[in-house]
Ligand binder design. Sequence first.
Ligand code: NAP
Length: 283
Amino acid sequence: MAQIMDGKLLASKIREELKQEVEQLKQENIYPRLAVIMVGGNPASKIYVRNKSKACDEIGIEYEEYLLEDTITNDKLLGLIDKLNEKKEVHGILLQSPIPKHLDIIKAFERIHPDKDVDGFNPINVGKLNIGQDCFISCTPHGIIRMLEEYNIPIEGKEAVIIGRSNLVGKPLIQCLLTKNATVTVCHSKTQHLEQITRRADIVIAALGKAKFITADMIKEGATVVDVGINRTEEGKLVGDVDFDAIEQKASYITPVPGGVGPMTIAMLMENVVKAAKKQSMK
Ligand code: NAP
């Protein structure tokens, strides 16, 4: 029976540590502040944004929110980002994705100043991650690595298989795992014989967004399984990309959905805001 990697518990420990750090920073007149931009009323985004604002509240990070009409133009969106880049009190800027199709998300991420890019999506931070320089790392991959480390899962020399190659999760994870000396394979929708590849893996990370797609026969006995997926069933239940009940019997470690990668993602965002505030205050 697999041990559950409890992201909820670990994230609350990290938030508690951050709360103490923020209290300390405030004594030095540093007030970490996050600005969140949301365009349109995507229901899932609304929940994510609410969770982020709750986490800020709990830790003592100041928070401001910009809810933009889904008819907003690229120029107006970029104008708001410019304004926030210049606003000294704001240390971190987050543009909640997805945004409406007529807007250019790549340009918008490019426009967020790399020092305020707490989501790690600006190409400068993406590039720095790839050459091993200090940078803001995309929060979900960062949270996954932190969780593996906290549970003392060996990474060095191990075979890690990522399913999904998005800019948000799969691609930054490649670099995070490589840095830790794993042998990394990335699979995607055109991969052939996926099950043969996943069965080799010591660490499987499922980030494809298909409910219970990864089944027990695709997993090696004793593997570590990280489930990034968030899918809603017809009954409205949240499930991951992994068939949890069956794989729990076979894996040595597994993350639940909800309560695994999700809370860790938010904890890493909070950590990045504090890091941004400290870095900017030294200038
Ligand atoms: P995405 O942009 O839709 O990318 C999905 C990836 O999965 C693509 O690379 C796609 O391949 C691949 N894929 C799709 N079907 C496949 C199949 N049958 N076999 C192998 N690969 C397949 O998704 P994302 O943004 O990375 O998110 C993935 C999941 O993680 C979603 O459920 C999302 O909600 C969740 N998520 C959770 C968190 C969290 O904090 N817990 C954070 C971010 C995302 P192609 O590239 O070939 O199309």
